[in-house]
Design a protein around this ligand. Sequence first.
Ligand SMILES: Cc1ncc(COP(=O)(O)O)c(C=O)c1O
Length: 371
Amino acid sequence: MEVPFFSALRQHAALQRELESAFRRLLQNGIFILGEEVTTFEAAYAQYHGMPFCTSVANGLDAIFIALKSLHIGAGDEVLVPSHTCFATWLAVSRTGATPVPVEVNPIDFTIDVNLLEAAATSRTKAIIPVHLYGHPCDMRTIVVIARKHSWFVIEDNAQAQGAVCDGQLTGSWGDLSATSFYPTKNLGAWGDGGAILSREETHYHFHQAFRNYGSVIKDVHQLQGVNSRLDELQAGILNIKLKHLYHWNTQRLAHAQHYHQLLAGIGDLILPDLGDENHQPVFHLYVIQTTYRDRLKSYLQEQGIGTGIHYPTPIHLQEAYLNLGHKEGSFPIAEKLSKTILSLPIWPELQSAEIEKVASAIQTFFKHHL
Ligand SMILES: Cc1ncc(COP(=O)(O)O)c(C=O)c1O
């Protein structure tokens, strides 16, 4: 039995009839860009979060970038970002001309360490991007309090945590703005690229709606020099179907995480991810274990037909693209250590118990017989 790191095939089989009806609608109406599917999805995604406005865009990177642009963040400004995140979080900041200022993550759930925010800030700090990494909600209550005190904008990067809850409130609904990605492997994934921005201010919403479409909401009238970053009707149609299942899929992911926990507790030097609690409900976009034998374990699992991932193998401050910021080896020890020890195990909603047991038993065998 092979266990792929990710597969959408069982999900497609379960949703086949619903998906086919969306394709038929598209075939019949022949509208591909900024039609009814997009409008319906934007309303549904906003409502799901209890946020007034949603603008869909072409991907998660653009969602963060356009959110920052709507706050007039650019050259000379600084934005606090976690030391350990997807490359896109930092890239969206640099793309505006602003500087990403990394703040070390906490070693428990790998989200931005709220105790280090004020020390990292300067008079140029304009915003913070908390990233709900791997599906773990950041400490949003504290972040919002600190941000208000210093008049920083809060832009949540919710790409990995659609449906996660922090203190009774969904991630993506705490900040001034939030951005997400519908990359196919995400908890809410499309069949290609996609993203969205949630907002509470009408002025921001109007900016997003125009900016993603060459700066125009009325045909041939351009109020801004925007970009082309639109979610297409096919992706929106698929997301309209999938959004209804998100809660159930997240429940399945949590059950899988609990199952892994039972089976992996006490094995070798493994450190297991935080399962959260009532005030901090992760949605396990990824189930990330830590071991000093990471590379050997990964190869062993691969030989057993088990797919794994590393999110992420090189800390962003050591990537060639960001050497200009002047950070060095040793600047962010937690991010550096994580890059060497983390391993993401398969955790998609339709995974079967027997598959989780196979993964766990292979890990057990590795620590017993292959070290
Ligand atoms: C935390 C985070 N932020 C931003 C992004 C960027 O999203 P996209 O790949 O849709 O541009 C991703 C996904 O890849 C992500 O995981």
